[in-house]
Ligand binder design. Structure first.
Ligand code: HEM
Length: 484
């Protein structure tokens, strides 16, 4: 109430009538946040969502202060914990240990060059098994992209997480793909519909039905045991993947337990799979509904890669594909994770530099879509322009190591207060280099091998779940093997 009273609020001002808003805002989060941003330019404002007041930031300085606030004051972990009820749904160990984050920041990012060939190899295996078997000869074949690409991305990513052959195991893939969906669906149900006192019991019941952690532990146990033996005998034989890196995080005499490693793997899956899959499906819908981009991207990638020779797939070659990079960055500008993101829970009082006081217990977040669709920041901000960021680069269009020093922000992995797709500040996504490499490879692979177009000619409508954005689940794209 205190923050609400001293800040402008969207919708009805009364206490009871604001509940009406908090429900309607849930269905129209995108337009409601954009309207509020237009009404209160430059100011923080309160936004009601499912009976909860959230303070939203849109102006650059507010976004910057939110991003850089210390974790013990504006806490991302407490916000995620509270909004998704992770402690109850997955178990306390899921959020108590966080050693996967430094492992992603160092081991995954330092190994990108080395993991590129197995990543592309697995994409090739998955596309051959899953797409090629459906395509009849040279005919156009309709493919329901959401389930198919969720499986392809799961298999390719998992090759880097748990290696070969577990990445292709049906039971593992089913668990990895379902886990995030289950938590994202049940978290808000537990938070908003189940009274606080009953949540531990509801969580216990949920865990005993879904058994995510036990199932992951069962699948990983033989792998972990064989790697423990390898590690004790000769470290050099350890496979180069996430499981090994997580194991190497501890000294030999104090190894992480199998349970702890399984929980970390679930956590990596939680942050990595759903995000990448959603973004890639959005990109695919743009490509298939605006086929002029197919020839533009194909021309660029054909100069860099031989589809049949995996040795030509290098990070350096990928770095030269500035149009490919721009296409995906533009996809994330318009189709990010949702209308409101980077939620923080004030665990102590926080004061913005303009004097706005946020009492402890309040949520603060960014009005991300309103930022990304602001005409003052982007020309024709509502339109998809796949080459927007490529043409914003000032330096040489082909990188060759000579990138103009300001051009890094126009790369897919670059961020600023005007581009929040990967967050910002202390929690800036550490997996963005891997996600960007994976999506670029898969898009390059597709344009080299297939022609594609939307079955109905138009991009299918997005699906909103509260403030969260998802690509259509039932979009169908026609695929045809390229005649070279
Ligand atoms: C297109 C794909 C992805 C998108 C759009 C995305 C987006 C984000 C965003 C917006 C945040 C910041 C959240 C906040 O500040 O509240 C974040 C954090 C994070 N992401 Fe990603 N992400 C993607 C892929 C990945 C991948 C592939 C990994 C792992 C390999 C990953 C690992 C993480 C981790 C560990 C954090 C938390 C960092 C911290 O707390 O310091 N992400 N991501």
């Amino acid at each position: 109430e205190r923050a609400k009273r001293c800040l402008p609020a969207n919708g009805f001002p009364g206490v009871w009538t604001s509940y009406l808003n908090s429900v309607s805002n849930c269905f129209y989060s995108k337009s409601a946040t954009k309207d509020a941003c237009l009404r209160f330019p430059g100011s923080l404002f309160t936004f009601s969502l499912l009976g909860q007041w959230v303070v939203l930031a849109k102006a650059k300085e507010h976004v910057r202060e939110l991003c850089n606030a210390p974790e013990d004051i504006l806490s991302m972990e407490s916000a995620a914990e509270e909004l998704l009820q992770l402690r109850h749904l997955v178990g306390p160990l899921f959020s108590d240990e966080l050693y996967h984050i430094p492992v992603i920041r160092t081991k995954l990012n330092f190994n990108l060059e080395g993991i590129l060939p197995p990543l592309v190899d697995e994409m090739h295996n998955a596309c051959s098994d899953i797409i090629d078997t459906q395509i009849n000869g040279g005919d156009w074949t309709s493919i329901m992209v959401s389930p198919i690409f969720s499986r392809i991305i799961c298999q390719a990513t998992s090759r880097i997480l748990v290696g070969d052959p577990l990445c292709r195991d049906e039971e593992y893939c089913e668990l990895a793909r379902q886990f995030t969906d289950d938590v994202l669906l049940m978290g808000p149900v537990l938070k908003f519909l189940v009274p606080k006192l009953l949540r531990p019991w509801a969580g216990l019941a949920y865990r005993s039905i879904f058994k995510h952690q036990e199932r992951m532990e069962k699948l990983l146990t033989p792998l972990i045991e064989s790697r423990r033996n390898l590690r004790r005998n000769s470290v050099s034989d350890m496979p180069n993947d996430m499981l090994s890196w997580l194991m190497e995080d501890s000294p030999l005499d104090k190894e992480h337990s199998t349970r702890s490693l399984s929980m970390r793997m679930l956590n990596v899956i939680f942050v990595a799979l759903h995000t990448t899959t959603k973004t890639f499906i959005h990109a695919l819908y743009y490509l298939a509904s605006q086929p002029q981009y197919i020839s533009i991207l194909r021309e660029e990638v054909e100069q860099q890669f031989d589809p049949d020779d995996l040795t030509t797939w290098t990070r350096e070659a990928l770095g030269r594909c500035v149009k490919l990079d721009s296409f995906l960055k533009e996809t994330l500008r318009l189709k990010g994770l949702g209308a409101i993101w980077m939620p923080r829970l004030a665990v102590s009082d926080f004061t913005f530099s303009d004097g706005t006081h946020i009492p402890s217990g309040y949520y603060v977040a960014t009005a991300a879509t309103a930022v990304h669709e602001d005409n003052n920041l982007y020309e024709s901000a509502h339109e998809f322009d796949g080459l927007r960021f490529a043409s914003m680069r000032k330096g040489p269009k082909t990188l060759d190591g000579l990138e103009n020093e300001k051009d890094w922000q126009y790369r897919m992995t670059g961020n600023s207060e005007s581009y929040l797709a990967f967050g910002g500040g202390r929690h800036l996504c550490p997996g963005r280099f891997f996600a960007s490499m994976e999506m670029k490879c898969l898009l390059a692979y597709l344009v080299l091998r297939y022609d594609l177009k939307m079955k109905d000619g138009v991009r299918p409508s997005d699906e909103w779940f509260g403030p969260t954005l998802n690509p259509a689940r039932n979009g169908e794209v026609l695929f045809c093997r390229r005649k070279v």
